[in-house]
Design a protein around this ligand. Structure first.
Ligand SMILES: Cc1ncc(COP(=O)(O)O)c(C=O)c1O
Length: 386
């Protein structure tokens, strides 16, 4: 039993987590029954009544509202995209960056964010990578800002070893220095509370197949609507302030929508957006702070048990610098991944070991099972803490 909600009851909504010890939500979460039900409903409607599309689109707008509340934003600041990479590329290409301008990023952070900005080197924009120290905050970044710096982009939580960067202080620094701030929240969303305004982000991008519980293929983009100078690199009827009623393109009316719809292109991934509506209800019913605290408790337990076994944790240990749900254990992936698989434990290989990542449905028993499996095999000196 969790101190924050009935985790055993939540677990019953994730049948895969009942069959295997699923410790891989940082890769993707298993499907939950209510999320599947939303997709099933869409499929049945398509099969039996072919829509109507207006009902499907109403659900898109309801989900947009829910998502906006979830991020502390307004609905007209939210666009639906395909994944994090698309959101980051939309953001990178909307920023008015020119030759000589500089963007700061974090070395070893997710490549799907980095490439969006590296691609701007074609325009003469420079990207400078700062090292991923245990603490990344305004003060660690301030010395690297110079007269050419125009933007900072990073993840809130790294996929690699669960560092949690202090995006609030970095957002404040960006506001102070007049820089754009673009944040990839893919690993944070659904587990770490996100407040777009407190973060003072210009753009926030994410996919939805981790903490948001929706299968791959749906992304989101938050855009600070006060930044009206930021325009989309691509245009479709859906992006316009005024869609021509006769659906004949009017070359004289190309003004983008005043809302984040300016960044949307064409039809939506309807079943995924409907599924997101259901998953936001699930997360809302538990409360994202409770999910965060539940995962922190699991993490504390994991760290204590690894310490007792004298096995090293890669990445930060302190709650204020670590993600609640992502931990890398210094066990060589090539030697351990197959062993975990044989023992019914799903984890991910990482550059410095085995990544364990929790979801809302994990329990202390999952951690104990993992530790017991490690203990049974024993570890080599290179994995020891001391
Ligand atoms: C921080 C981060 N960004 C992005 C992604 C994925 O990018 P995309 O949604 O484009 O597949 C991941 C993991 O899959 C991630 O951990």
């Amino acid at each position: 039993m969790s101190g924050h909600y009935d985790a055993e009851a939540v677990r019953k909504e994730f049948p895969a987590a009942e069959r295997i010890t699923y410790l891989d939500s940082g890769f993707q979460t298993p499907l939950a029954r209510p999320v599947k039900a939303a997709i099933d409903r869409f499929l049945s409607e398509g099969l039996e009544t072919a829509g109507p599309k207006s009902v499907w689109l109403d659900r898109v707008e309801q989900t947009r509202e829910k998502l906006a509340r979830f991020l502390g934003a307004s609905a007209d600041e939210i666009a639906f995209t395909k994944n994090t990479s698309e959101s980051m590329n939309i953001a990178a290409n909307a920023l008015p960056l020119r030759a000589g301008d500089k963007v700061l990023m974090i070395q070893g952070d997710h490549p799907n964010n980095a490439y969006a900005f590296l691609n701007l080197r074609r325009k003469g924009v420079t990207v400078e990578f700062l090292s991923m120290t245990e603490v990344v905050n305004a003060e660690s970044i301030r010395p690297y800002i110079d007269a050419n710096t125009r933007a900072i982009s990073m993840s809130q939580v790294t996929f690699h070893a669960g560092h949690r960067f202090d995006v609030e202080s970095i957002g404040a620094l960006c506001a102070e220095k007049g820089l754009y701030f673009v944040v990839d929240v893919m690993q944070a969303i659904g587990v770490v509370p996100i407040d777009a305004k407190a973060m003072r982000a210009t753009f926030i991008g994410s996919g939805s197949h981790k903490g948001l519980l929706v299968p791959q293929g749906l992304g989101l983009l938050y855009w600070d609507k006060s930044r009206t100078e930021l325009e989309p690199a691509y245009l479709a009827a859906a992006s316009l302030a005024e869609v021509p009623a006769d659906l004949i393109a009017n070359p004289d009316k190309l003004e983008p929508a005043p809302s984040a719809r300016r960044f949307e292109l064409g039809n939506f991934n309807l079943p995924a957006i409907h599924a997101l509506g259901a998953s936001l209800d699930m997360i809302g019913a538990l409360g994202v702070e409770n999910i965060q605290n539940h995962c922190f408790d699991l993490g504390d337990h994991l760290i204590a048990r690894l310490d007792a076994l004298n096995v090293r944790l890669v990445g930060p240990r302190a709650r204020q610098h670590r993600a609640p749900h992502i931990y890398v254990i210094a066990l060589p992936a090539a030697e351990w991944l197959g062993y975990f698989e044989e023992n019914g434990v799903r984890v991910s290989p990482e550059r410095d070991g085995i990544r364990v990542s929790f979801g809302m449905f994990n329990t202390m028993a999952d951690v104990d099972r993992l530790i017991e499996i490690i203990r049974r095999r024993g570890v080599k000196p290179s994995s020891r803490a001391a």
